[in-house]
Design a protein around this ligand. Structure first.
Ligand code: PLP
Length: 361
């Protein structure tokens, strides 16, 4: 069976560099923090052009740290797209604040700025824009809405590290942007990891403290923080992968183009729409199907793995049942019934996948 994300092929391709980096750390006696993590953070800043890059233990931790740094309090409200991975909503709710779910745009699957306007109340403190599947949300509009209502803007680039909008890195388009280094994300480690990016030095210092038990100098704790750190081994692995990241993004984009050519001939499928202002990292290659079950069984008989991101709107998740809901969010519900994703990583042979699908049609 073809893997959904071919991490073994990536490892084979990068093996020499990875093994050198791994041995360097394992033989060093330093496994947490230190120069490896500092150098990786410097390289992240160089890559994104951001003043501050702060690594931490996961993308979910990064969101929680960001919300803490932005001063989220119990009872506050935060606007979140209804069609997303759960982390942003989960972190807001865990801090005692209330996620308000806005609908998505039908073409890009991204937060619909017009739909979120009626959700703004005096309790609203911020907006979390999820840059889903690899492309950036309409940040100019979201920024002006945030500015006129005195809200902060948090970007979730867990799937879109390296994506650009109008030639700007998506990491630069919010007060804080987070990413995840979960193994199957476009830039993935061999375990959990995450990072936060901000040009605000005061927020950056607060985030660093929060991720380090609320402390800047040892055993003096100014804030109630936590332990959230990327270990040196993951940093070393990510440094190797970051060097090859742009080449990999190009291959992902090429793969998506080949898929687009093939799938655009089927009137019952909609190929991914990338806003002309955006580049996509293609964290997922996501099609819409009028009859999804038909296409899932075609892929199944062709032995092609598929994924459904996501099968249920956040507002309909059992864990959020106690939250009062105002709207139906029909765009999110429709997407949940229609989407399916295909393998698209830099080491996926999409020609082979297309041949296999042709053979069962
Ligand atoms: C993966 C993901 C996260 C969470 O990242 P972890 O590192 O797994 O905690 C958050 N948001 C989105 C949109 C994601 O896809």
């Amino acid at each position: 069976m073809i893997p959904f994300v071919n991490l073994t092929a990536q490892r084979n391709f990068l093996r020499k560099e990875l093994e050198e980096a791994e041995a360097r750390i394992l033989n060093s006696g330093n496994y947490i923090g230190g120069s490896e993590v500092q150098n990786f953070e410097k390289e992240l800043s160089l890559y994104t052009g951001m003043a501050n890059s702060i690594t931490c233990a996961s993308g979910t931790d990064a969101i929680e740290l960001a919300l803490n740094a932005l001063g989220l309090r119990p009872g506050d409200e935060v606007i979140i797209p209804d069609f997303s991975f759960i982390s942003p909503a989960e972190c807001v709710y865990r801090l005692g604040a209330i996620p308000r779910f806005a609908d998505i745009l039908p073409d890009t699957f991204l937060l619909d700025p017009a739909d979120l306007m009626p959700l703004i109340t005096p309790k609203t403190k911020g907006i979390i824009a999820v840059h889903l599947f690899g492309q950036t949300a309409a940040m100019e509009i979201l920024h002006s809405i945030a500015k006129s209502h005195d809200l902060w803007l948090l970007g979730d680039a867990a799937q879109s590290f390296g994506a650009k909008r109008n030639n700007k890195h998506c990491e630069s388009l919010a007060n804080i942007t987070i990413t995840s280094f979960y193994p199957t994300k476009p830039l993935g480690a061999y375990g959990d990891g995450g990072a936060l990016f901000t040009n605000d030095d005061i927020l950056a210092e607060k985030i660093r403290k929060l991720a380090n038990h609320g402390s800047k100098s040892r055993y003096f704790h100014e804030l109630n923080g936590k332990n959230s750190r990327l270990d040196a081994l993951q940093a070393a692995i990510l440094r190797v992968k970051l060097e090859h990241f742009d080449e990999e993004l190009k291959k992902r984009q090429k793969n998506a183009e080949i898929y687009n050519q093939f799938f655009s001939q089927f009137p019952d499928l909609t190929i991914p729409y990338i806003d002309p202002e955006n580049t996509s990292t293609y964290a997922q290659y996501t099609l819409r199907a009028k009859d999804r079950n038909k296409w899932l069984s075609i892929c199944d008989s062709a032995e092609i793995p598929t994924g459904i991101y996501y099968p249920r709107p956040l507002s309909k998740q059992p864990c959020f049942m106690n939250i009062e809901r105002q709207m139906k969010n029909s765009g999110a519900s429709r997407a949940c019934h229609e989407v399916f994703s295909l393998p698209v990583c830099a080491y996926t042979n999409v020609e082979e996948i297309i041949q296999k699908i042709k053979s069962v049609l």
